[in-house]
Design a protein around this ligand. Structure first.
Ligand SMILES: NC(=O)c1ccc[n+]([C@@H]2O[C@H](COP(=O)([O-])OP(=O)(O)OC[C@H]3O[C@@H](n4cnc5c(N)ncnc54)[C@H](O)[C@@H]3O)[C@@H](O)[C@H]2O)c1
Length: 325
């Protein structure tokens, strides 16, 4: 099978490494920066055509799957363009940055022969898979998650799209905490409402988006989240789950503890990028290609992609008041 990649920055290197491992040839790449595109194909030893205009790539490519690894604000237009041309598209998270954009993607999917997959790779971490299975016959009373990562001034100054509502859509929640919030709802059920607050405590004058958040979600199982981007290190996220029988289950990054005992995991998948990305990209990408090949539904589709986004967008609206999601 063959692939094309649009947007050749940080995460595209993870996609290229995984595709190489899976023996999937990258036949086209696109970036607005020609020099970046040239050094990308050199680094990964690709015999790929370079495009500067993503619409031209989408129109001309024969690749089985187009990977979108561009800044958040471009995702919707690029997904819609791929789907209109009946192309299969695997997009990095988040799928898009507003409810209106979610609806536009859904409407386009109705008449497209293309498949859409979203990169929620932390669902493929071994600990996440084991925990999901473990919870199948358990009753959960409450759950909570926390995350403290570090995104300093340099990180934002080196990027023209991060830290701005218009181009990133937010910061902590829609970028760094995104996977943790997705795991919370995937493990505990989609909540109906929430009360939350976001603030910019330590990045004033650097970004106009949030670096801290506190949220309580209400649903069949209530759960909480607290997180920040103001640390000096990306500590592994943690999710703690209180069961009806008072046992506590904890997932800390890719480690799992049930009632204080560490569960032995036979994890041998590779983390291709920063440790905080986890090691799920390879299994997710392999799964998407096998769904395309066998014409099966891919599990993290538009309906799964929209769940965490709706939780995040509702939190931005909440401002300390209870809101429906
Ligand atoms: N799944 C994960 O854990 C994970 C981790 C990191 C990043 N991401 C996501 O990946 C996406 C990209 O993040 P990144 O850190 O690689 O960003 P980045 O800024 O490093 O890379 C983005 C690339 O897109 C290119 N680009 C911009 N406009 C373009 C256009 N119109 N056409 C083609 N290329 C264009 C830029 O030149 C740049 O090379 C984001 O959505 C981010 O949230 C996901």
């Amino acid at each position: 099978m063959t692939s094309a990649i649009i947007g050749l920055g940080n995460i595209a290197t993870v996609h290229a490494s995984v595709l190489n491992k899976l023996g999937i040839e990258v036949v086209e790449v696109c970036d607005v920066d020609l020099e970046k595109a040239k050094s990308f194909i050199n680094e990964y030893n690709l015999k790929a055509n370079i495009y500067l205009d993503y619409k031209e790539l989408i129109k001309n490519t024969k690749a089985d799957v187009i990977h979108i690894t561009t800044p958040h604000y471009l995702h919707k237009d690029m997904i819609v363009e791929c789907l209109k041309q009946n192309k299969n598209v695997l997009c990095e998270k988040p799928m898009c940055i507003s409810k209106k954009e979610i609806e536009e993607i859904k409407a386009t999917l109705k008449t497209s022969k293309g498949k859409l997959g979203i990169c929620h790779q932390n669902r493929y971490n071994h600990a996440s898979q084991v925990l999901k299975k473990f919870l199948e016959d358990k009753k959960v009373k409450y759950a909570t998650a926390s995350l403290e990562w570090g995104r300093g001034e340099k990180y934002y100054l080196n990027s023209n799209w991060r830290g701005k509502k218009k181009t990133e859509g937010g910061s902590l929640l829609i970028n760094q905490a995104y996977h943790t919030l997705d795991l919370l709802q995937w493990l505990n059920g989609f909540p109906q409402s929430l009360v939350g607050r976001v603030e910019n405590l330590t990045h004033k004058g650097i970004i106009n988006t949030e670096d801290i958040a506190m949220i309580k979600f209400f649903g069949d199982v209530d759960f909480g989240f607290s997180g920040s981007n103001m640390g000096a290190y990306d500590f592994p996220f943690s999710i703690s789950i209180l069961l009806d029988d008072k046992k506590v289950v904890r997932m800390i990054g890719n480690s799992l503890f049930i009632d204080g005992e560490q569960v032995e995991l036979s994890e041998n998948s590779i983390c291709y990028g920063k440790p905080c990305y986890g090691s799920g990209h390879e299994s997710l990408i392999a799964d998407f290609y096998s769904c395309v090949k066998e014409n099966k539904n891919f599990s993290i589709d538009v309906f799964e992609g929209e769940k965490v986004l709706k939780m995040i967008l509702a939190t931005y609206k909440s401002k300390g008041k209870k809101v429906r999601i």
